[in-house]
Design a protein around this ligand. Structure first.
Ligand code: NAP
Ligand code: FER
Length: 340
């Protein structure tokens, strides 16, 4: 293959908002001579995935940005056309990370062989690849579905969402998709077997979710953040689980919308969990025993902000919400005979 030409797509500019064609450059380059232990493979399929938008930007993220002028990265299914590597032979099919180019050279560490007799080769970029694995673990390991529960997923006809909903059905759950067209809705329900689907562009999310999830929402696999997450949160059930998998509604955003930036939660795999003290009634004795002991031993300090007179209560309360209290705010309404 030496002497042949490669076609590559480079990142030319960092896109502002939606990427434009002019942010990329298509170039022809000579394929370099293969060195020892290297493999030259011809790209058959290139995966395009939402995360690539993040790599085009130099905003701080979980992934390092692609440098301007470099070939765009991406997962590929390829066929080996030349090999100086003992473990890879010409003609073999591999999945790797050769990027947006017609030929890739690698040392084999990033390549995994594919058996074309199992499933179509391209599946390695989808249902049996990274997106399928995302769906599987986000739903099963984080979502922990139980039969009878309701699972909602956004981008439901896509690479990850379609698998989430179908695994939810396999686990005996009610699966509800959210998508961006009637055609996708029809596919999700009639081909994939979801129980219901909502068109996020034409339907009112709040009322459509109420209708589609009569028993509330137990698991929401979030691919979008933004307005969809907001609407889903209004209808989550007690002890619902929300794997935060993607924030695609913000990937093109130049400025983040008002409200919390959820990306650090995803990047740090942090967990936000609702809490109600009432759930711990049965462990009251445990609490009292420890805290009393720590107070007696001087291990706990405690400060009160005592405001005198019931009539001062409204103002004190107003002040509480403005941070004017310093310590636990108490209104002393009458005498305490135990104190002088
Ligand atoms: P996909 O669903 O095949 O394609 C993206 C879909 O997102 C679009 O078809 C569109 O579907 C929806 N979308 C686009 N812009 C949107 C917006 N502004 N608001 C709401 N929805 C919008 O892509 P995928 O590969 O399966 O990825 C889905 C999500 O999973 C992405 O957020 C991705 O970043 C994330 N992901 C995360 C991990 C991880 O490890 N955390 C791994 C893989 C994927 P509709 O128009 O039908 O809504
Ligand atoms: C995505 C694909 C992959 C994404 C994140 C990843 C938030 C992260 C993968 C990893 O680092 O394991 O679309 O969006």
């Amino acid at each position: 293959m030496s002497g042949s030409m490669n076609q590559q797509i480079l990142l030319k500019n960092r896109p502002i908002g939606e990427p434009k064609e002019s942010d990329f450059a298509v170039v022809e380059t000579a394929i370099p001579e293969l060195r020892e232990a290297e493999i030259l493979s011809r790209t058959i399929y290139l995966s395009l995935d939402p995360y690539m938008r993040g790599r085009m930007s130099d905003r701080e993220s979980y992934a390092t940005p692609i440098e301007l002028g470099n070939v765009m990265g991406g997962s590929t299914v390829s066929q080996v056309v030349k090999s100086n590597h003992p473990q890879f032979s010409v003609g073999e099919f591999v999945v790797g990370y050769d990027g947006w180019q017609a030929y890739g050279i690698s040392k084999g560490e990033t390549l995994r062989k594919l058996d074309p007799n199992q499933v179509p080769l391209s599946y390695a970029l989808g249902i049996t690849g990274m997106p399928g694995m995302t769906a599987y673990f986000a739903l099963l390991d984080v979502g922990k579905p139980k039969a009878g529960e309701t699972v909602v997923v956004s981008a439901a006809s896509g690479a990850v969402g379609s698998v989430v909903g179908q695994i939810a059905k396999i686990k005996g759950c009610r699966a509800v998709g959210i998508v961006g067209s009637d055609e996708k809705c029809d596919y999700v329900v009639n081909e994939l077997g979801f129980d219901a689907c909502i068109n996020r562009k034409t339907q009112n999310l709040d009322s459509a979710l109420k209708t589609a999830c009569p028993n509330g929402i137990d698991i929401y696999v979030d691919h979008t953040a933004g307005a969809i997450l907001d609407a889903v949160l209004q209808q989550i059930n007690l002890k619902a689980r929300i794997p935060l998998v993607g924030l695609i509604s913000q990937y093109n955003a130049e400025k983040l919308p008002p409200g919390p930036n959820l990306l650090p939660l995803l990047v740090k795999r942090a967990l936000i969990k609702g809490f109600l003290v009432g759930d711990y009634q049965e462990r009251h004795a445990e609490f009292i025993q420890d805290v009393s002991q720590w107070l007696k031993a001087g291990k706990l300090k405690y400060k009160e902000d005592v405001v005198k007179g019931l009539e001062a209560a409204p103002n004190a309360f107003i002040g509480l919400l403005q941070g004017e209290n310093f310590g636990k705010l108490i209104i002393q309404v009458g005498d305490d005979p135990t104190q002088q």
